[in-house]
Design a protein around this ligand. Sequence first.
Ligand code: MN
Length: 133
Amino acid sequence: MRPKAVLIIEDNHINMKLVRTLLQIGKYRIFEAVDAETGIEIAKEQRPDLILMDIQLPGIDGFEATSILKSSAETRDIPVVALTSYAMDGDKKKAQEAGCEGYICKPINTRTFIDKLTAFFRDAKTGGANDNR
Ligand code: MN
């Protein structure tokens, strides 16, 4: 089976490096963008199986970027998982309202990250999974 492709939209290079490393361990194919505009372009061109969306981004933020992706026929079927700050409780609700299928809290738990992603893929068609910890 072809490895699943994940697009990471994240402007913090330390978080990007961490997520990239974890996805490499999980044998995913990886696309990367450091801002939402580039991420949306890559989403349209490459049609990844899942998008990991940082919320705080330069320019268009992760909520708005998700709304844009979900309002386009080209990209609305791609599950979006928000990378939300653990401290920012309201972000989970806003992520959901923007159309995200789920969220993963930052700081990222390196031991459970790949299991959570696997769950998102499994549950994407049945209403999503969330990072309740
Ligand atoms: Mn950020």
